[in-house]
Design a protein around this ligand. Sequence first.
Ligand code: KIV
Ligand code: ZN
Length: 516
Amino acid sequence: MEKEKIIIFDTTLRDGEQAPGFSMTVEEKVTMAKQLEKLNVDVIEAGFAAASPGDFEAVRAVAETVKNCTVCSLARALETDIEKAGEALASAEKKRIHTFIATSPIHMKYKLKMSPEQVLERAVSAVKFARNFTDDVEFSAEDAFRSERDFLFKIFEAVIDAGAKTINVPDTVGYAMPEEFGQLIADIKSNVPNIDKAVISVHCHNDLGLAVANSLSAIKNGARQAHVTINGIGERAGNAALEEVVMAIKVRHDYFKNVYTEINTKEIYKTSRLLCRITGSFVQPNKAIVGDNAFAHEAGIHQHGILAHRETYEIMRAEDVGVPASKIVLGKHSGRHAFKTRLEELGYKNLSEEEIDRLFIKFKELADKKKEVFDEDIEALLFEELFKKYEEVKLLYFHILSGNSAIPSSTVKILKDGEEITASSHGDGPIDSALRALEKALGITGRLKDYTIRSLSAGKDAMGEVRVMVDFDGTTTSGKGTSTDIIEASVKAYLDAYNRYIARKTFIENRISGGI
Ligand code: KIV
Ligand code: ZN
């Protein structure tokens, strides 16, 4: 029997980015899209072009950059949305418009305030209109799982007649059980008369922790496209995780006999790490495939088994998903050549000599502070350097006075609009006083909504990574900073959030005055 391909539709940059704390700048989305291209996903949903000027620009920039994947924009079943999607995708080599409307009784009645007949008519005209921009049109029946079956079959038949090449079946609220969801796909196959003219796709949310199971059950029953996200990020509890769906199909090829994906699995780990770095949020250590403990064998009996015969406790190899083999890398005696080689081994092959020089100086400074420089440390340096482009305000220095019998006080000096500004403040701890001093210098007060700190590697001299979420004037941005000094990491993270806030504000103001 000939194997059929499962189309991997990645929606990290759309559904994933929609979740609080995961927003990305245009530049970050482009960086992520380039990595998704290396991972070899089939479709990248780059955003929802009509949602905001930022989303429009991100779809446009990804469409311009990515060559080997289809680039897609989401659009409500509205001509204005579809036009924006078509415009943003204009330069894409391969483009897709993904239009959607809700089909469940509860959504039609309370959200859309439309009758099923009106919804059907709108869906058909949206698909026809989208065909003016591309032949590759996907239609989603939002909340499909809670929709009445006969209506669902009818709307799918009508949109396929209208020119949809893919029909997507979302479990929008993550309500389905795997057996039921698989059965729904089987029923669509046998009740939609023209289903042979379209690909059946699924989009599962993880509210009950079943997004991956539901997606796999759908594939077993005839779905040939899965909407997924890196690390499973997405609205509420997230979407089906790309790495889990893909590795389940690969590892259990005996079970998924007639299907395969074209994902370059060796890029999985790097893609997951890149997303963590960009968004500043980490995966839990026991997360399947990409968590820190996913390949760690702690119990003696397991270690013994692994040494005797690897497959006693291992169903896949860390190398298969691109987890680097050695963890300890360089130290203060390592030269530029060794540093460059390690960067290449970690997959960063396209850096310019000038970028490597800049990074090497940072690496030497770090190696002076800590004995062993781990892969995680190198990646942290890399991302700090790469994302400096939008750095409006720079930290020049900070000074802290603290102790268990002193009132913590800090002085911070920054460079803002070419001017050096110094400010001081007290606080109820060293971090509080440093952030207050920074706010005085910036001339703005933010609300710190979240603060997390973790060590990037082992050892008392490890680099600390701080992640913050700050509300500036009603806009929440995230920021991150790394340093062997946790106060410095905190100040950097706060400043990073401020710079992102300014970058976003400036960008949106420019686009609005530019008239999109
Ligand atoms: O969850 C959902 O239903 C969606 C659709 C827009 C596909 O994200
Ligand atoms: Zn969704």
